[in-house]
Unconditional design. Structure first.
Length: 596
RNA sequence: GGCCCCGUAGUUCAAUGGAUAGAAUAGCGGUUUCCUAAACCGUAGAUCCAAGUUCGAUUCUUGGCGGGGCUACCA
């Protein structure tokens, strides 16, 4: 059941009857009627003037009159300029409400019904430092998009490709060897990823110091950066690692384990999980054989020093390195290899990479290379390119310590939720366990909503000084609306009023109809969010619906309504609004409490 | 320099080419003998500039101006 489609058909039919031409469907533009006009849906008639060959107002009137005469569901219309506003019967809206109420998993496509398998790669952290706000955006987006795709009937595989090797990890390892005195997460009480991150910062400090010293001795900055003893040592360590030197290898394993334990805590706090975790140390070899394939096909070219390149100048890009002159692989080599492996192994229909927009170039190249190699699925590689999270002063930089740490932020959000709840006296009747669960839900809800309500492709600003709001267009606002409805439903059952499964047709009020109409739009929103890979649409939906419900709540009584028919309808509407809130927030990875 | 993205109230965000550009927050003024005031109501406030396409442009095109990113034998 899709109301817009039904209307589209009826309108097209009416137009054919009046003007003798069946209009192209994209000329029949239906939208929700704006608040200030009377009606439920609006037909924009301008595009139809070619067919009617009449003035906008006349066309609108003709179509409106025909619709009212022939349609079962359209009861009246009005015309404002070129806009035909249609009002649907309250019986129809009651029917919509009943259908929603009796649909299991309302809004969801049947699980697996699309027959498509989509892989979503996200998170992809480095193991040399803890997660920060940028990672939070990545994780929340990846997780939410995965859920949305599942709700659209796709099979989704969530994967994390951990960058567990490379010079940056060696930097942390080296600093730990030199300055660590055997410190461990247990001995220091620090979370493993933070411990390792601290040594990464230490390395950088020492590195900078050595550069400065060399410059004092008259060396240029460029040269000093290359010749500082500590960086040379780090590079030596990487060579040893690649040669599987046992001491280095086991240190690497130990420190990575610390980091993973730390990441697990953060992921679990965010409510995020993966179906599969890949490690670069295991995948970085992949793709090398493809290079030979590309050379044979003449897609790639070898330079005299032995390095392999692909020339993309004809495609508006540059030359890109695929294999170093010493035969070792680079980032691109690996992504080529893993893509092929994954498409083969899982028979993917789509592969979505949730990666910041700073890597747009990389993914353009990847797609082009795959296409040149003749993989027809190259069109099905998507880069969900999201904007950076910026601070008021600009970009976050780990090495300079200007990052907003993920764990700290999560902790802060929860403790703010705690303070506010106490201040408002919300937790008085609850057990400590219940209270802490609710406080956590609210704190995380505020954080997740704050991030996800913004269009992914836009960069966003986070001001640490102005803490994330709990009032207004926020997660807690939506959560509160849900809790409020649950409270009513609880009270109803306490006094023995059952929530009806369906209602008898009656004359719905404007606010009631509006709520039904909003809820009925949810399946379409889920579909659109899936197509656009945009959780923000669901956040907006949840907010609009909550706003509308709160107005309704203030204006009308529900339990105290004396007309039983009306009371039943309002209860059912409330129930379905709560349900729609729970579903839309759930797709954002946000829980909604039953009381707060 | 080249390429890509972005510019909307003081601030943070909305608006498949459609009506009088929506919210939130901050500001000002209100609402609690009544189902949760983390709520509700009122008030004031914005499309960077200039051309073009269109019945109609925040949206599309071009040119400016401003911000960010990429342009590594790093990942």
């Amino acid at each position: 059941m899709n109301i817009e489609n039904t209307l589209q058909l009826e309108i097209s039919k009416a137009i054919e009857e009046i003007y003798g031409v069946l209009p192209n469907p994209n000329l029949v533009q239906i939208q929700k009627t704006k608040r200030e006009f009377e009606g439920n849906f609006t037909l924009v008639v301008f595009p139809l003037l070619k067919v009617s060959k009449k003035k906008p107002e006349d066309t609108a009137h003709e179509i409106g009159e025909r619709l009212v005469a022939t349609s079962q569901i359209i009861t009246s219309f009005n015309v404002v300029k070129g806009f035909l506003n249609l009002t649907l019967s309250t019986d129809f809206w009651c029917g919509v409400l009943n259908t929603i109420s009796n649909t299991t998993d309302f809004g969801y496509a049947k699980s697996g019904s699309s027959g498509k398998t989509k892989m979503v790669e996200f998170s992809s952290p480095n193991t040399n430092k803890p997660l920060h706000l940028g990672h939070i955006r990545n994780n929340l987006l990846g997780f939410s998009v995965s859920r949305i795709l599942e709700a659209n009937g796709h099979r989704v595989i969530k994967v994390n490709l951990v960058n567990d090797r490379g010079i940056h990890i060696c930097k942390s390892m080296l600093a730990w060897q030199r300055f660590g005195n055997g410190e461990t997460p247990v001995s220091s009480g620090k979370k493993g990823d933070h411990l390792v991150g601290d040594y990464y910062v230490l390395f950088d400090k020492e590195y900078k110091k050595q550069i400065a010293e060399l410059q004092d001795k008259g060396m240029s900055e460029e040269e000093a950066k290359v010749k500082a003893p500590i960086i040379i040592e780090a590079q030596e360590m990487l060579r040893k690692w690649e040669a599987k030197d046992s001491e280095i290898y086991s240190l690497w394993q130990t420190m990575n384990q610390w980091v993973y334990a730390g990441f697990d805590v953060t992921y679990s706090a965010l409510g995020i999980e993966f179906d599969k975790v890949y490690y670069e140390s295991e995948t970085y070899i992949l793709g090398k054989s493809i290079v030979n394939e590309g050379l044979a096909k003449g897609v790639f070219a070898k330079k005299t020093d032995g390095s392999v390149w692909v020339d993309l100048k004809d495609d508006g890009l540059d030359e890109k390195l695929l294999l170093r002159s010493d035969g070792t692989s680079v980032y691109m080599t690996q992504d080529i290899g893993t893509a092929i492996q994954r498409f083969n192994e899982y028979r993917l229909d789509d592969h979505i990479y949730v990666v910041g927009n700073e890597q747009e170039y990389h993914f353009n190249v990847l797609k082009l290379v795959m296409s040149k190699l003749g993989y027809e699925w190259s069109e099905h590689l998507y880069h969900l390119s999201y904007g950076m999270v910026q601070l008021p002063e600009g970009k976050m930089k780990s090495r300079e310590g200007t990052v907003v740490d993920a764990d700290e932020l999560i902790h802060e959000m929860i403790s703010t939720a705690q303070e506010m709840s106490e201040e408002l006296g919300k937790l008085n009747e609850l057990s400590a366990e219940e209270a802490s669960k609710i406080v956590e839900t609210i704190g995380l809800g505020a954080l997740k909503y704050f991030i996800l309500k913004v269009d992914p492709k836009k960069s966003m600003t986070f001001n640490p000084k102005e803490s994330i709001d709990f009032n207004g267009n926020t997660g807690p606002f939506v959560q509160y609306t849900h809790a409020r409805i649950q409270s009513i439903l609880r009270k109803a059952s306490e006094v023995g009023i059952a929530i009806p499964q369906s209602i008898e047709p009656f004359n719905l009020g404007d606010k009631e109809r509006e709520l039904v109409q909003l809820v009925s739009a949810l399946p379409g929103i889920i579909k659109q969010a899936g197509e656009m890979l945009s959780p923000a649409l669901l956040a907006n939906f949840a907010h609009d619906l909550s706003k509308e419900y709160n107005q309704f709540y203030h204006e009308f009584s529900i339990l105290k309504e004396e007309d039983e028919k009306v009371r039943q309808a309002r209860l059912l509407i409330s129930h379905e609004v709560a349900n729609a809130i729970r579903i839309s927030m759930g797709l954002l990875g946000i829980d909604v409490p039953n009381r707060m």
